[in-house]
Ligand binder design. Structure first.
Ligand code: SAH
Ligand code: SF4
Length: 398
């Protein structure tokens, strides 16, 4: 049994292979290159879950693929739904027993999957459920790709069984229902006309830049127009602020979007919330961001988790504005390329922290606006099923 499974582990995982890799493998097998394109299409357009159903290939090739490669689609151990079925969180058990989660969020006109890049996370941010686990292991490229394939399949099922959408789908950008001012419940559409997976956010468990090579290979596979065909502009990576990763992303040819977790306007507070700040303090982070903006000309968003009484006071907002404008020491940033995304903290059981009240969030936002900084409040999905930002803990924290 052990021998069998360890032999299997050494076989190439099809989800790990770019199309070029697949062509090389097929060339080694004395097969023409178009066979590789057929397999790629089977994996990412037809969403085949075994080589045996790839009926446009000769039977002998299908059998060889089944014997000499691995195809390991992810089957969730559990799926939890919220928001009228438009938010779906899947729990996957990976080889070695690591648990990771992905969240599919269906909007009126698009569908986004939030993907994990590591099992657990070693960055230790004090407000994050994944951080509380520590790092269990990096995910392989194939394990990252397989989460996207799960979401693409889920969307195919959704589109097949969907009820017709209402003529005027409710807006998905309202954070509170207007007539329920004290409620934290986001306003969620009742249905959707989205028919396929359109967007990817690398904001699930883990720090993508701590697993850069495998993560980037996954990005390239997910982007390939001959497969899943997700546009670079429809992908967003979020980093805790690993400066070498930001610098490296600036040199990549695929223009994916960057979000940076800032969360505090000065080094003392940021270091207390995010140990990574001791290694890459704000001045270094802003330097890297400035260079990234100059190199790419693409907008960056700064995420700012609002913790009641810790970093959500008017003075924090004013300090944050001063920091970004270059009035606080480090040089400022080109403000037309900067966007701040406020995220009221999503509760994690056992953490002695609180979610900011609505009026504090709105005051914070107003102060940034007054100082010329674009700022929105993130609409959260799936808070009730612990599927929102920072709540993913592989079924452990609950
Ligand atoms: N490791 C990356 C990406 C995953 S976390 C990063 O830290 O950026 C995605 C976002 O969720 C980050 O901005 C993170 O700071 C934020 N987050 C973590 N815990 C949270 C919580 N409990 N409530 C709201 N946001 C949280
Ligand atoms: Fe890791 Fe991001 Fe959570 Fe920090 S916020 S512990 S970097 S997953």
């Amino acid at each position: 049994m052990t021998t069998l499974s360890s032999t299997k582990d050494t076989l190439p995982n099809l989800y790990d292979l770019s199309l070029a890799d697949m062509e090389r493998l097929l060339a080694d097998w004395a097969q023409p290159a178009y066979r590789a394109r057929q397999i790629f299409r089977q994996l990412y357009v037809n969403l085949a879950d075994t080589p045996l159903t790839m009926t446009d290939l000769p039977l002998t090739l299908r059998e060889r693929l089944a014997a000499e490669t691995r195809l390991e689609p992810l089957t969730p151990e559990q799926v939890q739904t919220a928001d009228n079925g438009l938010t779906r969180k899947a729990l996957f058990r990976l080889p070695g027993d690591a648990l990771v989660e992905s969240v599919l969020m269906i909007y009126p006109d698009r569908a986004t999957v939030c993907v994990s890049t590591q099992a657990g996370c070693g960055m230790g941010c004090v407000f994050c459920a994944t951080g509380a686990l520590g790092l269990l292991r990096n995910l392989s490229s194939g394990e990252i790709v397989a989460q996207v394939v799960w979401a693409a399949r889920e969307m195919r099922r959704f589109a097949a069984g969907r009820q017709p959408a209402p003529a005027n789908p409710p807006a998905d950008d309202a954070w509170w229902t207007p007539d329920d001012l004290e409620s934290d419940a986001p306003s969620v559409p009742q249905s959707s006309s989205a028919s396929r997976l359109t967007n990817i956010v690398f904001m699930g468990m883990g720090e993508p830049f701590a697993n850069y090579d495998r993560w980037w290979r996954a990005v390239e596979i997910i982007h390939d127009p001959r497969g899943l065909n997700i546009g670079a502009r429809s992908m967003t990576v979020s980093t805790v602020g690993l400066v070498p990763g930001i610098r490296r992303l600036a040199t990549e040819t695929l223009p994916i979007n960057l979000a940076i977790s800032l969360h505090a306007p000065d080094d003392d507070l940021r270091s207390a919330m995010m140990p990574v700040n001791r290694r890459y303090p704000l001045a270094a982070l802003l330097d890297a961001t400035r260079d990234y903006l100059a190199a790419t000309g693409r907008r960056v968003s700064f995420e700012y988790v609002l913790l009641q009484g810790k970093n959500d006071e008017p003075e924090h907002a004013a300090k944050l504005a001063a920091l970004l404008r270059g009035e606080a020491g480090p040089a400022g940033l080109p403000l037309h390329l900067v966007h701040v995304n406020l995220i009221p903290w999503n509760p994690v059981p056992g953490m002695p922290l609180g979610r900011s009240e609505r009026r504090h969030v709105l005051t914070f936002q107003r102060i940034l606006h007054e100082r010329g900084i674009a700022c929105t409040v993130r609409v959260e999905r799936g808070v009730a099923i612990a599927a929102a930002c920072g709540q993913l803990a592989g079924g452990v924290a609950r």
